[in-house]
Design a protein around this ligand. Sequence first.
Ligand SMILES: [Fe+2]
Length: 258
Amino acid sequence: MVDIHSHILPGIDDGSRSMEETVEMLRVAREHGTTTIVASPHADTQYHYDPEHVDALIASATLLAGPGIEIVRGCDFHLMFDNLERALRFPERYTINGRCYLLMELSDLTIFSNTSALWSQLEEAGMKIILTHPERNPLLRQRFEQVEEWVSQGRYMQVTAQSLLGLFGQKALDFARLLLDRGLVHFIASDAHDTKGRPPRLDLAHRWVAERYSPRLADLLCIEHPKAAVEGRPLDLSGFPPAVAARKSGLLARLLRR
Ligand SMILES: [Fe+2]
């Protein structure tokens, strides 16, 4: 499996606190079936994001972790002016593996009315938006139609693995299920911060989706889409439930009638 969102690198955000913990997190990930993991430290007002420093930490962690797991760079991009300006100039410093997908986190407190317009600027510069854990955002949980519209506009949704296990509460689980029911989830990622409370594991969420939806969807969300994001390829959306395609074409038809 491929995990596109994690805080496995030491000392640069609220994730791993030491290289020992990093190596242990990588061991947990590898033991539970993850073969590639994106180290995506926060880039926000609290934590400074420095891609060169991240690359150096990845090189050290790769050596210490040994074979069987690959680490690539990404970042947990907070939508703020400084980040936006820099990402427009140097997209590859922020995107997953320097390709085209950008992990985007929205504030729990405010969602700017010009969010979509700001994303369009990033998209015009070649980036594709992956919104991280909408199910954990109390504002977005009140705005299902907004999420649906964003998806119809080509934005992607990443749900946290532990949300599906109920570990972020009933509301997050219910919203994640609603999004899955409507075919609005494209990725599952761990958003790991440590080895136990928030571990780098996708296996349980993969099984959860395989049992409740289908093995094919579980593979798409935990393997194929994340792999495509790391490699900078388009996602295969043909495997999504037919009901979703119908909803999308219904939406498209409404838009075209306008
Ligand atoms: Fe994160």
